[in-house]
Design a protein around this ligand. Structure first.
Ligand code: BGC
Length: 761
């Protein structure tokens, strides 16, 4: 096979190049047979392979594949090795099903729990999401199969999903909405990146030169190709110039023709087309190196799916009833016990190889215990009192009631957002009714994103968040309920008390073509933490059947240079009676920064397995970026000299140890002082302070005296005058004293600015 890409490009006609940049079918690229360029097949994604039986038929069903737990559950494992293993299994299925690139992972931020596709995304935290995405990608690609990191960028809602403009300030984009992509691109080198449908600050994801070319391909060094989301291209030539190498789906002959015409008329430089062709060919040939076909181990993958599901389930509440032990009569209530709700709707929907029945799996672990079943609620949002009455009768005389509650399928899907965070009114009434006759009631939830619980949680004995748990989730629930698996999942997103508490509430979903990200960098726990607002369950939270003690926190240096970073360690001991796993989380807090920062930001974590009584030292490395924030005026990540708390904890609200360290910034940033700068700006700028300090006493004393003399008229004391002056531009302060100055205030300021900008740090 001729893989000398340059010579192939040189031999290609303009028509062939344009055709290569558009799909041949909804799921395949265009081959160029005479030059030995094969077609390449792509398939959804992200938690299983949705390989359609006929690539030319949109509606053809898909071939059986393992449905792994969706991203909410994956992220709650906080286990990068497990996600890597999941990636490898996915790749094996791709190979068997003749798929070259799987369309995932999805790593958009969960800006609001209402987002319709939140089940497909990892987290509200960019660090965690970035680590998960990177592991997924390296897992898949280690087997010679490609990935498509999606949806780049700021695709955080379904309302007007193809047209809405996400209005985001630069700092929030850089600190919240881009970093998970950045980490995944730099660390894991995905073969492809999929651009988003929506606009970002007025420009479509598919026409966003700044995001696709300047940032993704330029700053981050992305070497693969950019594929459009399906139908995201509006004008092919514009999107090509903006960095969309491959348009999907195909065929789109008119689009290809428009590219040819644009090159002929001079509207499109052929070198732009050549670059896209180069990028696509690079991946097409790489994909062809992995031969496809054969079969995959359906049983082993089902077992893996069960393991991941059990590791991702989060025990939210447990008044000692779990793990179950010796109960002789168990009421199993809720249709989700017999019909597993294990995935969401839309493009990610998998045709599973098999599905665990939660009830059957429970019976397997329950031994001789008698299980009695009641449906509890209908499949939709209708209300049926008779189902509640039957459930109450069932629950009354049992040792425990297990309530399996799944959100109706219609409540969570790609294509539209959730209207609320509620269970159905029947489900709430069911919990109330069952718990009123049965004090030992465990609620098991199947949903892709948080539900509110304040109305009913106090009535329950235990609550297990089982997510959209994948095809083997029914068995995983039984494993956790019976303690075959000690739960170790921790929330990758905050569970709010009520919808109105959520950070984006008043800015969501927008209208008139725009959604304003008014909460800025304060999404998820960053917001609740800063507001000191109560939540139902915080980010990073999850219970275990054992307990852990944190001791002996250490940092590699009390004072360090930003470029050297820092290593943090802590001894974690399993202080309970059963083996278990703990997710140790490391947050940073800067004492004083020039721009506001969230009180805590996750910058590292590690999952550790411990036998009863065992202690292990957990080590987490923090690099430059762990301490930096994005400064829009410098247009870069900056660090500042000063103190940081390193907070080691079991959740964002459960900090067990704190170490305070001093950072020395090695950056020599230019001074931002200009004619508008206030006295405060001058005094906070090291160079400005040096230049101004000799003059400072003289003019502030004068000004204080003037104000003190007129204290009665202006009602200010000298001290308050200082505060008043700090907010004045220097020039305006000089105006007050113009009479005594040797030159006009502007010239004086300009002279000082020349001195400032002539200095180094
Ligand atoms: C979705 C993508 C998906 C693609 C192909 C789009 O509608 O947004 O996530 O990969 O369709 O099915």
């Amino acid at each position: 096979m001729n893989t000398n890409i340059q010579s192939i490009i040189a031999s290609m006609t303009l028509e062939e190049k344009a055709a290569l940049c558009t799909g041949a079918s909804p799921w395949t690229t265009t081959p160029v047979e005479r030059l030995g360029v094969p077609e390449m097949t792509v398939s959804d994604g992200p938690h299983g392979v949705r390989r359609v039986a006929d690539v030319n038929d949109w509606l053809a069903g898909s071939l059986p594949a393992t449905c792994f737990p969706t991203a909410s559950c994956m992220a709650s494992t906080w286990d990068v090795d497990l996600i890597h293993a999941l990636g490898q299994a996915l790749a094996e299925e791709c190979i068997a099903l003749k798929v070259d690139v799987v369309l995932g992972p999805g790593t958009n931020m969960k800006r609001t729990p209402l987002g319709g596709r939140n089940f497909e995304y990892y987290s509200e935290d960019p660090y965690l999401a970035g680590q998960m995405a990177a592991s997924f990608i390296t897992g898949v690609q280690s087997k010679g199969v490609g990935t498509s990191l999606k949806h780049f960028a700021a695709n955080n809602q379904e309302f007007q999903r193809m047209t809405i403009s996400a209005e985001i300030d630069e700092r929030s984009l850089r600190e919240i909405y881009l970093p998970a992509f950045e980490t995944a691109v730099k660390k894991a080198k995905p073969w492809t990146v999929m651009c988003a449908y929506n606009k970002i600050n007025g420009t479509y994801g598919s026409e966003n030169h700044r995001l696709l070319v300047d940032i993704l391909k330029g700053e981050w060094g992305f070497e693969g190709f950019v594929v459009s989301d399906w139908g995201a291209v509006h004008e092919r030539v514009t999107s090509l110039k903006a960095g969309v190498d491959l348009e999907m789906p195909g065929p789109r002959e008119r689009r290809a023709r428009s590219v040819v015409e644009a090159v002929r008329s001079g509207a499109l430089d052929e070198s732009v087309l050549n670059e896209a062709v180069h990028r696509i060919l690079g991946i097409v040939f790489k994909a062809a190196e992995t031969s496809k076909g054969g079969s995959f181990d359906t049983i082993a993958h089902h077992v893996l799916a069960r393991r991941i599901a059990a590791e991702g389930m989060v025990l939210l509440k447990n008044n000692g009833i779990l793990p179950l032990k010796g109960q002789q009569h168990i009421a199993v209530i809720g249709r989700a016990a017999k019909e597993a709700h294990f995935q969401g709707g839309g493009s990610s929907h998998i045709n599973p190889t098999q599905v665990d029945n939660p009830y059957v799996e429970l019976q397997k672990l329950a031994g001789n215990a008698e299980l009695t079943y009641a449906e509890g609620y209908p499949a939709d949002t209708a209300f049926d009192q008779s189902l509640i009455d039957a459930a109450v009768n069932n629950a009354r005389s049992t040792d425990v009631a297990l309530l399996y509650l799944a959100l109706p399928v219609s409540k969570e899907s790609e294509g539209y957002d959730r209207p609320d965070l509620d269970l159905t009114s029947q489900q709430v009434a069911l919990i109330k009714a069952v718990t009123s006759v049965q004090p030992k009631t465990v609620v098991i939830l199947n949903n892709g994103a948080p539900v509110v619980m304040s109305e009913w949680i106090n009535d329950t004995t235990a609550v297990l968040e089982a997510w959209m748990m994948g095809q083997a989730g029914g068995g995983a629930i039984a494993d956790v309920l019976y303690g075959k698996v000690n739960p170790s999942g921790k929330l990758a997103e905050t569970f709010p008390i009520k919808l109105a508490d959520t950070p984006a509430h008043i800015n969501f979903p927008g209208g008139n073509g725009q959604v304003r990200y008014g909460e800025g960098i304060f999404i998820g726990y960053r917001y609740y933490d800063a507001k000191e607002a109560p939540v139902q369950f915080p980010f990073g939270y999850g219970m275990s059947y054992t307990t852990f003690a944190y001791k002996n926190p250490k940092v590699s240096a009390a004072s360090f240079k930003d470029v050297d970073g820092l290593t943090v360690s802590v001894d974690v001991t399993n202080t309970g009676k059963v083996a278990g796993k703990e997710v140790v989380q490391v947050y940073v807090h800067e004492h004083k920064s020039r721009l506001v920062r969230p009180p805590k930001e996750l910058k590292g974590f590690a999952k550790v397995e411990l036998q009863p009584g065992e202690t292990k030292t957990v080590t987490v490395a923090l690099d430059f970026r762990a301490f930096a924030y994005y400064h829009p005026a410098y247009q870069q990540w900056i660090t500042e000299d000063g103190e940081f708390d390193i907070l080691i904890g079991a959740s964002v609200n459960d900090i067990r140890c704190t170490q305070t360290v001093t950072l020395q910034s090695t950056q020599d940033l230019p001074s931002l002082l200009n004619r508008e700068s206030t006295l405060r700006d001058w005094m906070e700028d090291p160079r400005g302070k040096r230049v101004l300090e000799p003059l400072f006493e003289q003019f502030t004393a004068q000004m204080r005296a003037t104000f003190d003399a007129h204290k009665d008229e202006v009602g200010s004391s000298g001290m308050e005058t200082m505060n008043f002056m700090m907010e004045l531009p220097l020039r305006d302060i000089f105006y007050f004293q113009e009479a005594g100055l040797l030159m006009p205030p502007e010239d004086l300021v300009d002279g000082l600015l020349t001195q400032v900008h002539g200095q180094t740090k």
